[in-house]
Design a protein around this ligand. Sequence first.
Ligand code: GTP
Ligand code: MG
Length: 340
Amino acid sequence: MVEAETEEVEEVSEEMDVTSLPGVGPATKTKLNDAGIFTILDLATAGPADIADATDVDITKAVDLNNKARKKLVEIGRLEPDFISASELLTKRKNISRLSTGSANLDELLAGGIETWAMTEFYGEFGSGKTQICHTLCAMVQLPTDQGGLDGGAVYIDTEGTFRPERLAQIAEARGMDPETVLSKVMVARAYNSAHQELIAKDLGRIIEKNKIKLVIVDSAVAHYRAEFLGRGTLAERQQRLNRFMHQLLRTAEIYNIAIILTNQVQSAPDSFFGDPTRATGGHVVAHTSTYRIYLRKAGKNRIARMIDSPYHPERDAVFMLDEKGVDDPPEEGSGSKRR
Ligand code: GTP
Ligand code: MG
């Protein structure tokens, strides 16, 4: 489990230690360490508001610390500077890798697969295949790059208690992979509430570095927030918390060049009288922070995926199915994506 891993005290190199930043003395170091912030990477991913909340440094100093950490990461080539030329950006973007979903149709919809350095959101009604996609990706990510993988491990943040190691083993086996090895490279964290989910997200850096993680999954990203913040009066706070969580993940994706997958439900009639069954929950915060959004729906035995609001992807449907391999292409005809 992720939590157990972080209990260990690890050596932080001098270069990466928070005290290597100008203005961080022993007192600030203690405050930061008490809040679980040990390295420059931790400081840069945390975000100023989180730093101020977790320690008793004021927000101005927190902003300053976060800026300095980001600056240092730019210096050592771990992060983009604020301004770079478009040609440099093009070179940088060549580092983006793509992860196969296990279905050629779905990969095609994604213009080659799920991107690193980005957040991809799958949303749809119950049973539309979100959790199955997540399980499949946990196996796929471990494949070598020439087989569509990223040659790395996965973190699965499970907020609904639906992660099943047995199912992952089945998928691995059906794909000709060794189930034991596959299971050993997936770190699972069960998040019991939104605060716990946020805590786990803040601790991701160390787990990612230590375990060569290339994929982080949050299944589901919004469920706890929806359950905990009921009623109109709580909406602003809920959106603020979600916003912070989403940005923490986005910074993690860019600093570590990994793929992030979020799942999300749709608004449904029972909790909102005028609920639109095709609209994702989480409102603008989730919609605007996700790099790519894919809407899933059921069509008999098949599943239909559509890329929503992407300027780079054609607007069309891709058909896939769920079987022992997890995500798969339907047999022969009907397997092609149809143009709209
Ligand atoms: P919620 O989390 O409830 O919103 O749904 P979801 O979108 O996560 O759905 P999920 O991915 O759990 O999909 C459930 C569907 O996957 C089931 O209805 C089955 O059709 C399919 N499924 C789940 N497990 C298996 C399996 O072991 N084999 C096969 N063939 N299909 C499975
Ligand atoms: Mg699910």
